[in-house]
Design a protein around this ligand. Structure first.
Ligand SMILES: *Cc1c(COP(=O)(O)O)cnc(C)c1O
Length: 361
């Protein structure tokens, strides 16, 4: 018998593994998970009942075309169903977008630091990542991104608001950027946190995509809608792109539970968006609290805040954890802290204040 292992694609070497947010300790004093940008509220009763009802049939395959959800989305967002594609979370759809556009020799561009799934799904495809540093203010540098476009560029992610910094790009600068992108390069507006935006100058990607066949919008049910565990997201894009996404999607990827719960969530949107409103109030309280303590915090339009802590990052994360809140550290860079329930945010603010004092002496 030969000792060699099956041949695996060389592109897979060195792919960073996705680091999920650390769970809250099961046995700690109080433990809040502020590490994955999840919605802290439990599922709405109606959504829960719908999911339980769907669970009764899980011996059956789901509706492969997601027709119920597609119709609901089409109506809710005023887009033709032919412009929609669903997937296993918007990460699943993002992977299909890359698979549909890019392979070895091609370039996928995005800001850095941004969503950590981008380098992973790009490398899996065999395409090359082009990472354009954020500005000193932690915002997308759209001029530098436009300047970095080459003949090999196939797809550009614009994460708005950006994960993990929470910063946004506004209408005029985005339009100016899009005018500079060649029409055969796909621009993906990743709007995972769209519902948390309160800045009227931040455009809704669904307005932008209408006149621009090379723009696709990614949305998810994982954040504001509170369905992170069910894995469902979608893209809105013009027909050739949306059709390619439907071709490359994993067959039966979105469970019936997820499809039905997503429909129920859209129908319970008023209540869900009320919860989002409370989280936005908490966001303001946390942001202002941190600024009052002397921290430099980029203005955030998402359900998290970003603290650039450099070498102090891991110490800060450890201090939070011993106080009972788990945050998301990016070693050597900073921490991302999700806005959670009021009590969790209080614990975080107290910890940040105490840590700040150790820094300033
Ligand atoms: C959370 C997140 C997503 C969505 O993830 P799902 O796969 O839908 O759970 C997509 N993009 C960004 C930037 C995110 O932060």
């Amino acid at each position: 018998m030969s000792e060699t292992s099956p041949k695996l694609r060389a592109e897979l070497d060195g792919i960073p593994t996705y680091k999920p947010g650390k769970p809250a300790a099961a046995d700690g004093p109080v433990a809040f998970k502020l590490s994955s940008n999840e919605n802290p509220y439990p599922p709405l009763p109606g959504v829960m009942e719908t999911a339980i009802a769907a669970a009764r049939n899980f011996n059956r395959y789901p509706d492969m075309a997601c027709s119920g959800l597609m119709n609901e989305l089409s109506e809710r967002f005023g887009v033709p169903a032919t412009h929609l594609a669903t997937g296993t979370g918007s990460v699943g759809v993002a992977q299909s977008l890359i698979q549909s556009t890019s392979g070895p020799g091609d370039e996928v561009m995005y800001a850095w630091r941004s969503f950590e799934a981008y380098p992973i799904i790009t490398q899996i495809s065999g395409a090359t990542s082009v990472q354009v540093p954020l500005t000193a203010g932690e915002v997308h540098d759209l001029d530098a991104m436009a300047a970095a476009i080459t003949e090999r560029t196939r797809l550009i992610f614009v994460c708005n608001p950006n994960n993990p910094t929470g910063t946004v790009v506004r209408r005029a600068e985005l339009e100016r950027f899009l005018d500079r992108v060649p029409s055969d390069v796909l621009v993906v507006l990743d709007e995972a946190y769209r519902e948390f935006i309160r800045d009227a100058e931040v455009p809704d990607g669904l307005e932008i995509y209408r006149d621009r066949p090379n723009v696709a919008v990614l949305r998810t049910f994982s954040k504001a809608y509170g369905l992170a565990g069910l894995r469902v997201g979608f893209a809105v894009a013009h027909e050739p792109v949306a059709a390619a996404l439907r071709k490359t999607a994993v067959p039966f990827g979105v469970s019936q539970l997820a499809q039905d719960a997503a429909v129920a969530s859209l129908r319970a949107e008023d209540e869900l968006l009320g919860r989002v409103g409370s989280l936005v109030c908490e966001r303001t309280r946390v942001y202002e609290g941190l600024v009052a303590q002397g921290w430099t915090v980029p203005e955030t339009q998402a359900n998290f805040v970003w603290l650039r802590l450099g070498e102090q990052t891991l110490d800060f994360a450890a201090a939070c954890e011993s106080a009972g809140v788990v945050v998301r550290p990016f070693a050597g860079e900073g921490v991302r802290v999700t806005i959670g329930e009021g009590e969790a945010n209080d614990v975080f603010l107290h910890t940040a204040e105490a840590f700040r004092k150790t820094l300033t002496g």
